[in-house]
Design a protein around this ligand. Sequence first.
Ligand code: FE2
Length: 245
Amino acid sequence: MAAAFTRSRSLLRWSIGSGSILGNNYNASSSSSFRAVAVRQQQQTRSNHVYTLPDLDYDYADLEPYISAEIMRLHHTKHHQTYVTNFNKALEQLQSATDPQAIVALQSALNFNGGGHVNHSIFWKNLAPPKEGGGEAPVGKLASAIDEQFGSFDRLIAKVNAEGASVQGSGWVWLGLNKDLKTLAVATTANQDPLVSKGLVPLLGVDVWEHAYYLQYKNVRPDYLKNIWKVINWKDVVARYESNV
Ligand SMILES: [Fe+2]
């Protein structure tokens, strides 16, 4: 599939290059047919896009003792990789599907695996080793908004921990932003549903699937939630807030 993507990109570059060469004697029909070709090729480029597992900004052992290297390695290279692989597979099937029933049947796989890729990509950036500022409380406008809306930073943490502990089965607990109201909200999502499904911009996501903590914390999810604050990258959370508020 990677080769197909490269081929498609080459075609698009060739097409755009030809269009500029022909630009001196454009007429309405050549212009519109060029646009049609370009649009078709752009669509093909998009549908052929292959998603890849993003690198982490730190080593697997760097979040210890709060999250073990073994959890991080498995979580990243096995769990996240599986979402990426299956998302690409579903997109490939979507590209060839013409029957509406087949297209609709793919939506669940697209949501689950695409959501898994989106959510984990945010999660890795939301984490940082303590030696690189992980766990240092937020500052600036986000810190003020947290105090104003939740009463204090500690009360926000208590709320996230309580809601995260109450997620039944697998899911996520989030600090999100309502862009219209410019307010913060703590929310949970089931399985791999992305926070956008609740109309919120994700600022901070905490994975409460068992695969995120079980090898180290066994069934005691509240202990995992208590410790994860030692490795939260608030600089990343602040940046997401400030670029959206
Ligand atoms: Fe996960």
